[in-house]
Design a protein. Structure first.
Length: 577
């Protein structure tokens, strides 16, 4: 529209000028070289305009003829470039669609039309990768390193190839070279950091993280969290050899991430070992309020050297008050109460968890309470059976791997800060039972009844649907009492001293211990007990014991102290997988 207006205005001005000259006639007279030229002004202006137009036209024709070879060559180059760009575009589309044959054909066309174009190299390399010819792709990427324009592209391709082949050290070198070539390159900083974490190079990872934070490749909150994890990893490595260095690293990590449990636990343990109870308590309390964890509770309980079990119980109650809604608080208090033999208090603390928040640890603690308070084996087995079917307790989990301790990186892919304290996904019952049985076996050594009444055999128990477990051999220090059927056959006969098999019922009241018959598994006998056993010990195989279906091992708490004249019989069980 604007161009049309300008055109009309120009025509109007020219017409007006010609009309103005026509309305004002005049004579123009030229005398030059003996020639007298006389004409009107209007005609002279028209002739001058025609001459200028003719000169411009002739100049344009001459210039066109002069530049025609270059113009023809330029047209051919443009045509070839357009054809090459079309091939590159179509080839990239074919790569995205996964058509290796079509991508290879377009890569060949692009190489003929645009042999030095960086996009052509990229298309050829990616088409070779799509076809499975990784040697060719690697060779193309290596050729890109010779040109400054394609060096970073080649390094990126070589890094991905090294990652694909599992060559972590080569991938790290390519990422490091790319970062040095362009410090503002984001992918190289991230890739180098990941490779350093996977190789547990915490010092190099800290330097790369600082570089990424300086160039804006990572947010401040994420950088602080990753730095805290790296510092905790270094502190974990030097905690035993260099506690001073470990304390400095752990305190810096705690300042950056107060909710990081391992950092607070390391700092609390070292501070407590140096007698700095107040500072250790402050660090542990701050983290407990954000992320309660059994390691924090344990470090807090033993923060002051020389405390009695009652003192540790009081300290655990103070810690639990900081986060009363977490299940770790009553568990920590109950554990300290059991150690202090305050079974009523431990039971009172755990009672609110029993209806709806029963977990394996809670059920195991209840079994310890029953065993330590009154030695009721029936109640103990009942709670252990409930522990088998109770909800799982939180654990350190990373990429589906459950660990009993925290690690800075994932054991699967080496990702930093992958472990989280949460409830694992339910596994098979056999696995759950095995894990819980192993946990109970490590923590518990229950005192067994001294005289066990007759029980069905192993085959009868198996037919009845009960779970049969093997027990460790026990030692009998006197002649065992004759069995009922033996007494009926020979009332006056005595049983010879030889290895026999003994069975115990699934749930039975605790019988009174007798001095004539005692058994020991892994607890050394006292001097008084040795005096009460004049006979030579006879090993008795009690491997065929059975319990009710799905009953786990007995818990390991100490029962009430026995009468001085009655030796205690101890027996430890091991569940059969």
């Amino acid at each position: 529209m604007v161009r049309l207006v300008v055109y009309l205005v120009t025509i109007a001005l020219i017409a007006s000028g010609l009309a103005w000259l026509a309305d004002r006639p005049g004579t123009l007279q030229i005398a030059w070289q003996g020639y007298d030229i006389e004409t009107s002004v209007f005609r002279a202006v028209v002739l001058l305009a025609a001459a200028v137009a003719s000169i411009v036209f002739l100049w344009s024709v001459f210039r066109a003829l002069w530049n025609s070879p270059a113009a023809i060559g330029g047209r051919l180059v443009q045509r070839r470039q357009r054809k090459g760009l079309d091939a590159v575009s179509s080839g990239l589309i074919a790569i995205g669609a996964g058509d290796s044959t079509l991508a290879s054909r377009f890569a060949l066309q692009a190489r003929k039309s645009l042999p030095h174009e960086p996009l052509t190299h990229l298309l050829r390399a990616q088409s070779a990768e799509l076809s499975g010819d990784r040697a060719t792709a690697r060779r193309i990427y290596e050729a890109m390193l010779a040109s400054p324009e394609t060096e970073l592209l080649g390094l990126r391709g070589l890094f991905l190839e090294a990652q694909h082949q599992g060559a972590d050290e080569a991938a790290r070198q390519f990422a490091d070279r790319a970062l040095k070539a362009n410090p503002k390159l984001g992918w190289s900083a991230t890739a180098l950091f990941e490779q350093q974490c996977k190789q547990k190079d915490w010092t190099g990872a800290l330097e790369t993280l600082q570089h990424a934070r300086k160039n804006g490749h990572i947010a401040k909150a994420d950088a602080d969290r990753k730095r805290a994890v790296l510092l905790t990893a270094k502190a974990q490595n030097v905690e035993e050899d260099s506690p001073d260095r470990a304390l400095t690293l752990a305190m810096e990590a705690h300042a950056l991430a107060p909710d990081l449990v391992p950092a607070a636990a390391i700092a609390g343990r070292i501070l407590a070992s140096r007698g700095n109870t107040a500072k250790a308590a402050k660090v542990l309390q701050k983290t407990w309020a954000k992320s309660p964890h059994p390691d924090l509770a344990s470090a807090y309980a033993y923060a002051r050297v020389g405390d009695s079990t009652r003192d540790r119980f009081d300290r655990e109650r103070q810690l639990a008050a900081l986060n009363p809604h977490s299940i770790e608080s009553p568990i920590a208090v109950a554990t300290a109460a059991i150690e202090a033999r305050m079974y009523d208090e431990a039971r009172r603390v755990l009672e609110p968890l029993l209806p709806e928040r029963l977990t394996q640890r809670v059920a195991t603690l209840m079994a310890r309470i029953e065993a330590g308070d009154n030695g009721d084996k029936g109640r103990v087995r009942e709670w252990l059976a409930r522990a088998m079917n109770a909800a799982r307790d939180p654990a350190w989990i990373a990429d589906g791997v459950i660990s009993d301790h925290w690690e800075p990186t994932s054991p699967v892919d080496g990702r930093l800060d992958a472990f989280q304290w949460r409830v694992p996904v339910e596994t098979r019952d056999a696995t759950r039972n095995e894990i819980l049985a192993r946990r109970i076996e490590e923590l518990i050594a229950i005192e067994a009844p001294t005289v066990a009444p007759e029980a069905p055999s192993r085959e009868a128990a198996t037919e009845a649907g009960a779970d049969v477990i093997d027990a460790e051999p026990v030692t009998v220090t006197a002649k065992p009492a004759p069995l009922p059927e033996e007494r009926a056959a020979a009332p006056t006969a005595t049983t010879p001293e030889k290895p026999v098999e003994q069975a115990a019922p699934a749930v039975a009241p605790k019988p009174a211990a007798t001095p004539e018959r005692t058994a020991t598994a892994d607890v050394p006998a006292t001097a008084a007990a040795r005096e009460a056993r004049p006979a030579q010990p006879v090993h008795k195989d009690a491997s065929k014991l059975y319990v009710a279906p799905r009953a786990p091992d007995d818990p390991g708490t100490e029962p009430p102290a026995p009468e001085p004249e009655q030796p205690i019989a101890r027996r430890s069980f091991r569940a059969v997988s």
